[in-house]
Design a protein around this ligand. Structure first.
Ligand code: E4P
Length: 215
């Protein structure tokens, strides 16, 4: 499973990229607001750091304006993926981007039928929001499993990008459900490394070997 980092914070992106574990980046307008910068400015910087798919979300709500906005963002770099909302207008724009060979990520996916429509129209990625479904008393991971079955039934090549990941358990479950990608906040990425037995083991090996070197 590929791992993307879900942030617009350049320092977090640099750090995770240095760790050598990330394959791409996703952003959204709320993440841009957190860092107080425009989408174009942040995306320009990210493409100079990470060599992989970078999702940039359009703000327009009508297909024509989404296409205009997405075309400009796609010209920033070949790795830019245009993130469109899973609406009628978003799917209309998706058809245009698919025909013109521009990569897309259909976001705010909350049902298997939405995923089916996006896949039929050639989306490169779809982003089912696992955490937000859990927040509303649903099983977010069940959505990933159902979409996996549908895509496999029809050999769709659209990639499942598990989003709205809140914990290491979500990452593990996404991998078990054969999600193609999980986009993960910085803190959760860092937590993926941790296990108390690893720390205890490293401490024990270090202190045991001191007995050898001091003899
Ligand atoms: C996905 O691409 C979104 O940026 C993100 O995963 C949303 O997560 P949230 O529900 O924590 O805001």
């Amino acid at each position: 499973m590929q791992l993307f980092i879900d942030t617009a914070d350049i320092e977090e992106i640099r750090c995770a990229n240095d760790w050598g574990i990330i394959d791409g980046v996703t952003t959204n307008p709320s993440l841009m607001a957190k860092v107080g910068r425009t989408t174009a400015a942040v995306i320009r910087e990210i493409v100079s750091i990470v060599d992989g798919p970078i999702s940039a979300e359009v703000l327009a709500t009508e297909a024509k304006s989404m296409i205009e906005e997405g075309r400009i963002l796609s010209q920033i770099h070949k790795n830019v993926v245009i993130k469109l909302p899973m609406t009628i207008e978003g799917v209309k724009a998706l058809n245009w981007f698919s025909k013109n060979g521009i990569k897309t990520n259909l976001t705010l996916v909350f049902s298997p039928n939405q995923a089916l429509l996006a896949a039929k129209c050639g989306a490169t990625y779809i982003s089912p929001f696992v955490g937000r479904l859990d927040d509303h008393g649903h099983d977010g991971m069940e959505l990933i499993r159902e979409i996996r079955t549908i895509f496999d039934n029809y050999a769709f090549t659209t990639k499942i990008l598990s989003a709205s990941i809140r914990s290491t358990l979500h990452v593990r479950e996404a991998a078990l459900a054969a999600s193609d990608v999980a986009t993960v906040p910085f803190k959760v990425l860092k937590d993926l490394y941790s296990h108390p037995l690893t720390d205890r083991g490293v401490e024990a090996f270090t202190s045991d070997y001191k007995k050898v070197t001091t003899k």
